[in-house]
Design a protein around this ligand. Sequence first.
Ligand SMILES: [Zn+2]
Length: 180
Amino acid sequence: MSRYRTPEPTPEERFRPDDGCPIFSPRLEAHLVAVSRGETPERGTFCGHCYTPIARDTSACPHCGESTSARPPVDVVPTPIAAALRVQRSTEGRWVTGFAYLGLLIAMFLPLTLVLGIPAVKDNLILGTAVYAPLLLIGMRVFPAILGGYFGDRKGFAAARTKTRAAWERWLAERDAPAV
Ligand SMILES: [Zn+2]
């Protein structure tokens, strides 16, 4: 089970929605994950709009297109943005894990109904076990992977994306509010 507990979608593989919300670029996600693991320093140079890591002499963000003269780069990713990524990743992880468990249940009960459905097999413990065991082993590899890796991944992404977009809207309202 342990391999379903910490699913880590790689930024490069994931579907990138074109919904007007610029977080998270793959580079920003990779940076924040590395920081959370203590593998890279928190400080650097980041786009002032979408916080994608950029080079110091960059004039326009390669991810969102924001010009560095219009909005100067920052040297650390704001806390609410880093927090939003943690929420996004844990939301995705829960969906993948939940669907993987569902897959395990299917893997257990599907061959059971088969064994119980054939009278000659049902009445013979050894024959029943001989039929059930290999089907169980195959099912435990196949169903959690399909349900967790496919359906859980897609459902989880959609659910997490909704949260991320809401967090981004809140952050924009806070960041870009006119100073009183
Ligand atoms: Zn940007």
